[in-house]
Design a binder for this molecule. Sequence first.
Ligand SMILES: [Zn+2]
Length: 202
Amino acid sequence: MQDLTDGVARFQRDVFPAKADLFARLATHHTPGTLFIGCSDARVVPELITGTEPGDLFVIRTAGNLVPAHSPEPDAIAASVEYAVTALNVKDVIVCGHSACGAMTALAHGHDLTDAPAVASWLRHAHASVARTAAAGDVPALVRHNVAAQLANLATHPSVARALGQGRLALHGWVYDIPTGRVEDVTAGRATDLTAGTALAA
Ligand SMILES: [Zn+2]
């Protein structure tokens, strides 16, 4: 914990003054252009891997970067998606999977989750991804299939479906590779290395 309090002091002393103008503007403006949905994994840091500043990304992080399909029940993720798309009018949504994902590894290898019933229940949102992955134990393939499946789930949310129909929203699937830092665009089955600086805009 001491590391974190030291970090807060460092932020106040070194980081904040250098960006004072940005933070002053952000005090009254919240206009992110992108909704980034990533895994809760501590190694996947959206702002770091996209080189973005505070205020640029609206972020949802869940175990396994899972987005449940639309349902009538109250749902924190659905509320955040709806807010980003209808109130903030984001232009892009990225679902970002990553290498060595604990959630995908547990599914790919059929880990016993008896002692983690909440995790087991949550991961059911990836069962379609598992079904699509031909080889059991193939974590990289499952990570990719899962990104595609979560993009499909996203499209079941009325706010997303409406924005897609109006042509004012684009969905993107990414996979981040932890040991190399590379990001691959896997939208609609393509595999494009973004590390060379490919533009995000569709
Ligand atoms: Zn993960």
